[in-house]
Design a protein around this ligand. Structure first.
Ligand code: IPE
Ligand code: IPE
Ligand code: MG
Length: 244
């Protein structure tokens, strides 16, 4: 069984939606519970949002799970999150394979525990043949870090004489980014009321539409998601050109 669309998806909707899943800590705090309780509730939201994608015409979903700056949190929260990621992969892997979801991870794996990295590699391999929804999880991801790592790889190619520095343009650099196989996001949603991008997909979102919504991530429903997708259809995207 796969989660192929039941109805014809809208033609002017976003193909690639990226989400900054924010507000787990405040959601837990409102309930007098530890922050990790909020992260657990947040993780449960992901599955329904992924499942809603085909009917909304969304082929690519990218979610921000852990930033390069999130290491600044307490050791208890960081290790709790790492455990949550491992548990989530273990619990969801089969369902993701069955439902036709292709999973990819972006971000720097160097700083992540080897056991987690092995599970990420395995999940990518297990789902490599799927194409109903392309789910990309940004884990130890930062836009500046990604551009710096891409530049390092590009510089190595130049130093080895395989790349002419005069031929380097935006497209060349994009080929070295973690996202090189993905289209740019059309729509970036941030929950929790904060109106900032916190180092998410800096390069790729140059012409994305943004939707900042007040709902805390654990309360974000598929109806909220559908509403964001619906609002996108009303936006006038110009990409720098004069209105036509
Ligand atoms: C987002 O929720 C999840 C991660 C950053 C891992 P937060 O943990 O940032 O929640 P708030 O912003 O403190 O409410
Ligand atoms: C961005 O949220 C990172 C994730 C959602 C994983 P943060 O909560 O870390 O961002 P700031 O600190 O409010 O900018
Ligand atoms: Mg936050």
């Amino acid at each position: 069984m796969t989660i192929a669309p039941k109805t014809a998806p809208p033609t002017h909707g976003p193909r690639h939606v990226a989400i900054i899943m924010d507000g787990n800590g405040r959601w837990a705090q409102q309930r007098g519970r530890p922050r990790l309780f909020g992260h657990q509730a947040g993780a449960r939201r992901v599955k329904e949002i992924v499942r809603a994608c085909p009917d909304l015409g969304v082929t690519h979903l990218t979610i921000f799970a852990f930033s390069t700056e999130n290491w600044k949190r307490t050791q208890a929260e960081v290790s709790g999150l790492m455990t949550l990621f491992r548990r989530y992969i273990r619990a969801e892997a089969r369902g993701l394979v069955r439902e036709g979801v292709r999973v990819r991870f972006i971000g720097d794996r160097i700083r992540l525990e080897p056991a987690l990295v092995a599970m990420m590699d395995e999940l990518e391999a297990m789902t490599a043949g799927n194409s109903v929804v392309n789910l990309t999880v940004a884990l130890n991801y930062g836009g500046r870090d990604e551009v710096a790592r891409a530049t390092r790889r590009l510089a190595r190619e130049v130093a080895a004489g395989r790349l002419d520095p005069e031929a380097v343009d935006a497209e060349t650099l994009a080929r070295f980014l973690d996202t090189h196989v993905l289209p740019d996001p059309d729509l970036v949603i941030r929950t929790s009321g904060e109106a900032r991008i916190s180092n998410f997909l800096l390069w790729q979102s140059a012409y994305a539409e943004y939707d900042f919504i007040d709902t805390l991530w654990p309360d974000f429903t598929t109806a909220d998601f559908a509403a964001c997708v619906g609002r996108f259809a009303g936006r006038d995207r110009r990409f720098g050109a004069a209105p036509g």
